[in-house]
Design a binder for this molecule. Structure first.
Ligand SMILES: [Zn+2]
Length: 111
């Protein structure tokens, strides 16, 4: 992937999992002479967190500026059924089975 002609505002920010430092692509990193507008992906593999020295794999994508944690919130809402408690799931499953059974019995009774 080329880093040329990228709108700096769309560049994703990355947060250090060790110390919480956030790499801002729109600002770059003066500690390593990284110019503003450099995507995190474009940083050298030898690049380290300027605060704690953690390597790139310790960083996680937290999205572009102006879109804080939107990704995580979408995930939460998107889970839907998976956020039900096991008890609620049992009620759903048992209810569906009971309905199916009643339906089957009624068909049987019509014959
Ligand atoms: Zn760090």
């Amino acid at each position: 992937m080329s880093t040329e002609a990228l709108d700096p505002k769309t560049l994703d920010r990355y947060e250090c999992g060790a110390c919480g430092y956030v790499y801002e692509p729109t600002k770059g990193d003066s500690t390593s002479n990284t110019p503003a507008g450099t995507a995190f992906e474009a940083l050298a593999e030898s690049w380290r967190c300027p605060v704690c020295g953690a390597r790139k794999p310790r960083f996680s994508n937290i999205g572009p500026v102006g879109n804080p944690s939107g990704f995580k919130e979408n995930l939460k809402y998107g889970l839907g059924v998976n956020s039900l408690t096991p008890g609620q799931k049992n009620v759903l499953i048992f209810g569906a089975l009971a309905l199916g059974f009643l339906f089957f019995i009624s068909l049987y009774g019509l014959r």
